[in-house]
Design a binder for this molecule. Structure first.
Ligand code: MGD
Ligand code: MGD
Ligand code: MO
Length: 897
């Protein structure tokens, strides 16, 4: 391990003693001023600081996009980041829990000071500017590197941007990113927007089909407040694994429900860690078949209700608050047969959606479907909590409406202890209004908070308001035509095929000649990684700016080393709705790393851009503006007051322009504690029951949908979906077999003869990674395995054993992995974590790292969401050798000079 982990030290790269002393002096002064409020009791923290007399605890950012928003501290002694800590500002209680940090957050030290940290600007040896044969694109990913100066690197990048724009137009520059239009806006995207623009990409990742569809049907991605959830009789975790994918508080909060007596059912492709901790029952289901399962549950409830004379279904709610459930509740112009109830009963299509019908598709035995459906219908307070994972499927578009129908008929909407919906993949999005507001929401900056830089309009594609919210969330909803953006599923195929889909019957030529990678690692994280490699070898120029030697960096021509958050001025970050965190600089920039902002400025100057429009403020000023604008809710639960008291002395110390202000806590207290948490209690005014006002009075509180009601039947949704060019759906949700779904694992469905790819594969979010972030960190590779999960019955049939390496192949690529046979898996279904750094053996074409996107295909569907959980594969023994992950050498290009 000695090679792979350098002792963390900031001495070489300059956490100067002077800045350290200045900073710690500031804290000492601040402690005297601090007043106690919020969950953060200053005494506790003072004790912590005193015990640490020799060094200081610094609140340090964990910026990875896992949505968990843990809280990390670093103990800095003699200029070295010695150890990691977490929130100890107050007693840990269920109402006011400490914000934990997770294994990944604690591994940030190893990440930032790791051997493969990018140290210097670099150029790929065989690449020369000017396009054409100068590029030697076929060598991307296998070429050698040359260390170059920042000036050389910036000249190359600026000259190539200029040449490519002059030759092919601005559309030839693609800035890939799931949130490129937003993240990119912070630096490179803003700069390019002032230089004629760049080609953006669109299409949901996290939210699957849910995020785009929710606004059409009125089912916001929103849950009840965590304290309300303790009143649930039953919580159905439907495709939801917070113990792995929401580190920290969400599972702890569910535990409080469990302790209060809530029963849990997990409906999932595997008995995941959350189910193991909480669930009374696990219902194994095949991926991408949840619509069939939910339809059969609806069928069961309809039958039982009929037998009980209408006593079971919440007809009153359906009548007042929804459209499309039955023929009597269809909008004008709809055909009478196109209603949910008749579709479920098979009135017009001769196929009642019975449990027996669904069982053949989803694998859940008919009696279990009936039993679970009736339990949901007969239990008073039920929460149906679905993550977006089941909708990250090729047929995922029908899921939100189906779940809406089921939740609505069973009375699980708009009451205390009752809710139905999706948590959007980040539980911190849940639960109504934010109690403390301000700063960046790391990893998903769809929220622009007061004080932050303005977005600049990209002349190509523009800032795209979503049809419903008017919010700049082009990431979820397809903006209205004219439409110049590449769907994320076509990022690579557009280069290889020469065209991209701009809408129905609207296929346009693709001009891509350059990829500018910043803030993302899409070659690794988008379906079709082998196509991504091919596409990268086909274009004229690729540049990456990052912290470490990621996949996109590896396949680039120029690589620029960027500072991590620990090397920057600090950051104000909103956590769950109750917390706000202020991180501080831990060390001066390492090696030759520079901030993204600086890079963009330097490029802008070289391109002759009017930089007045670009740089509107310094990072210090931006941080201060966010601090000054931060607000906290008052006890009434409705109005807000400023969060911070900021004195003239604080302003002078920050070196910013502003005016002193009065707020709830002092700036120094926040800076010292690093976190502020709004205290909660059982009957405070901060509770939230989603859709309650609507349920109580739908006329007075209409939803943002076309009808103002929950739309089980949605013509506008169908129209917009079909306008994307990949679907022909009608306004009612129907079960459609998925592309690369269960049905396609068979060569012959009737005789149940399996085909070339007999297994279904699901990508899971696992503890080792936050996407591809941390994929390189040796201690995490050691701590968490990254196997192919398979049921022992399947393993036995194939003669495979745990540990034995296997070759997993799909029509898109091949990966080698150790096998884990475990009865937590549904038979016929496999799982592989997402995030491993693709590492293709050029001789065999096999990825030895287990990057699941090598297996995933960029199937073009629906609202252009990425449908990773629809994937079919074959598995066979692999005898090509496989080094244990923990023994991998880091991608260290240059040693420390
Ligand atoms: N450790 C870690 N945590 C993360 C992340 C990370 O990379 N690492 N990423 C963060 C981000 S950005 C996001 S968007 C979220 C994603 O979080 P989620 O959207 O919740 O995704 P997963 O955790 O992969 O899957 C949740 C559960 O759904 C199940 N599932 C998958 N497909 C199906 C299906 O077709 N039907 C059913 N019924 N169940 C299914 C999985 O087995 C899993 O138990 O995670 C966040 N948290
Ligand atoms: N097969 C499969 N693939 C998936 C998923 C799945 O379920 N299955 N989940 C998907 C989901 S939900 C998501 S959200 C995506 C996430 O995919 P990405 O958005 O690509 O996320 P990361 O892989 O974490 O890459 C982020 C990169 O940004 C870099 N970075 C961080 N901060 C800075 C900065 O300040 N400046 C610069 N220049 N770089 C910075 C990090 O070092 C890292 O390399 O992955 C998706 N990919
Ligand atoms: Mo995500």
């Amino acid at each position: 391990m000695a090679d792979t982990y350098r002792e963390p030290t900031t001495t070489s790269a300059g956490f100067t003693r002077r800045s350290f002393l200045k900073w710690s002096g500031a804290i000492a002064a601040g402690a005297a001023l601090a007043t106690s409020s919020g969950c953060g009791l200053t005494e506790a923290n003072e004790a912590q600081q005193e015990a640490a007399a020799e060094g200081r605890w610094v609140s340090a950012q964990c910026w990875a996009d896992c949505g968990s928003r843990g809280f990390n501290k670093v103990y800095v002694k003699d200029g070295k980041a010695v150890k990691m800590g977490t929130d100890e500002t107050h007693e840990d209680t269920p109402n006011c829990p400490r914000v934990r940090s997770c294994a990944r957050g604690r591994a940030q030290r190893a990440h930032i000071f790791g051997a493969d940290r990018l140290k210097y600007p670099m150029k790929r040896k065989s690449w020369q500017p000017g396009g054409g044969s100068n590029t030697n694109g076929q060598l991307r990913g296998i070429d050698e590197w040359e260390r170059i100066s920042w000036d050389e690197a910036l000249d190359y990048v600026a000259d190539e941007i200029k040449r490519i724009v002059d030759t092919y137009g601005n559309e030839a520059i693609v800035v890939p990113g799931f949130v490129a239009s937003l993240f990119g806006q912070w630096d490179i995207g803003r700069m390019l927007s002032l230089y004629g623009g760049y080609m953006d990409n669109w299409g949901a990742c996290s939210s699957g089909a849910w995020g785009s569809i929710a606004p059409y049907i009125g089912l916001a991605e929103d849950f009840n407040d965590r304290i309300d959830m303790r009143s649930c009789d039953l919580i159905v975790l439907w495709g939801s694994n917070p113990a792995w994918s929401r580190a920290g508080l969400p599972t702890y909060n569910y535990l409080q429900s469990k302790k209060a007596g809530t029963r849990f059912i997990s409906i999932d492709i595997f008995r995941n860690a959350t189910a193991q901790a909480l669930a009374d029952e696990w219902v194994p289901v095949r991926p991408g078949t949840d619509v069939a399962l939910a339809l059969a549950m609806a069928y069961t409830v309809l039958q039982a209700d009929e037998a009980e004379g209408g006593a079971l279904i919440d007809w009153d709610f359906l009548d007042r608050c929804t459209i499309g459930f039955d023929a009597a509740h269809l909008p004008d112009g709809a055909a009478e047969q196109d209603n949910f109830k008749d579709y479920v009963l098979g009135t017009y299509d001769d196929q009642p959606k019975t449990p027996a019908w669904a069982a053949e598709i989803c694998g859940v035995p008919a009696d279990v479907i009936e039993e679970v459906a009736l339990e949901i219908a007969r239990t008073e307070k039920v929460a149906i909590c679905m993550s977006p994972a089941p909708s990250r499927t090729t047929n995922g578009c029908a899921l939100p409406q189906t779940i809406l129908a089921l939740g609505a008929m069973c009375g699980c909407i708009g009451k205390p202890g009752c809710m139905t919906g999706s948590d959007a993949g980040h539980t911190w999005l849940m639960e109504g209004i934010d109690l403390v507001v301000g700063g960046n929401i790391q990893g998903d900056p769809t929220w622009f908070t007061p004080g932050a830089k303005e977005m600049l309009e990209n002349p190509i594609g523009g800032v795209s308001p979503s049809r419903f919210t008017g919010a700049p969330n082009g990431m979820y909803t397809r903006p209205q035509a004219p439409y110049t953006r590449i769907n994320v599923n076509e990022l690579w195929t557009s280069v290889l095929e020469g065209t991209y889909t701009a809408g129905k019957d609207d296929v346009r030529p693709c001009k891509t000649q350059m990829f500018y990678h910043t803030h993302s690692n899409l070659m690794n994280q988008t379906p079709g990684t082998m196509l991504a490699i091919e596409a990268h070898r086909a274009v004229e120029f690729v540049v990456t700016q990052n912290i470490v030697m990621t996949t996109t960096a590896k396949y680039s021509d120029i690589v620029l080393p960027i500072t991590s958050q620990w090397e920057r001025v600090g950051d104000l970050t909103q956590g769950y709705r109750e917390q706000i965190m202020l991180s501080s600089r831990v060390t001066e920039p390492l090696f030759e790393a520079k901030d993204d902002l600086w890079v963009a400025e330097q490029l802008g100057q070289r391109l002759g851009i009017d930089m007045d429009k670009f740089v509107v403020m310094t990072p210090e000023q931006e941080l201060y503006n966010q601090l000054a604008a931060a607000t906290v809710i008052k006890e009434d639960g409705k109005t807000y007051e400023p969060l911070l008291t900021i004195t003239q002395e604080d302003l002078d110390e920050m070196g910013v322009e502003g005016a002193p202000q009065e707020g709830k806590i002092t700036y120094r207290q926040l800076k010292e504690n690093g976190i502020y948490q709004v205290p909660r209690s059982e009957n405070d005014n901060f509770g939230h029951v989603c859709l309650k006002e609507f349920r109580d009075d739908p006329e007075a509180n209409p939803l943002g949908t076309v009808s103002g009601k929950l739309e089980i039947y949605s013509p506008t949704l169908a129209e917009d979906l079909n306008a994307c060019g990949w679907s022909t759906v009608d306004p009612l949700p129907r079960y459609t077999p998925a592309i690369e779904g269960y049905e396609e694992t068979f060569a012959d469905w009737e005789t149940k003869t399996k085909g070339e790819y007999p297994f279904q594969l699901v990508s899971i979010h696992t503890p080792r990674f936050a996407h591809s972030t941390f994929g390189n960190v040796p201690i995490l590779r050691e701590a968490f395995d990254h196997p192919l999960y398979m049921n022992p019955m399947d393993g036995e049939a194939l003669g495979l054993k745990t540990g034995g390496p296997v070759l997993v192949s799909s029509k898109w690529g091949k990966v080698a992995r150790p096998l884990l046979l475990t009865d937590i898996m549904t038979p016929g279904v496999l799982a592989l974590g997402q995030g491993a750094w693709v590492d293709v053996d050029e001789k065999t074409g096999v990825d030895m790292a287990g990057c699941v996107n090598v297996l995933n295909g960029p199937n073009r569907v629906g609202f252009g969401h990425q449908a990773w959980n629809s994937c079919i594969v074959n598995v066979e023994p692999w005898d090509g050798g496989l080094l244990p992950d923990a023994q991998w050498q880091p991608r260290e290009v240059f040693k420390e000079a």
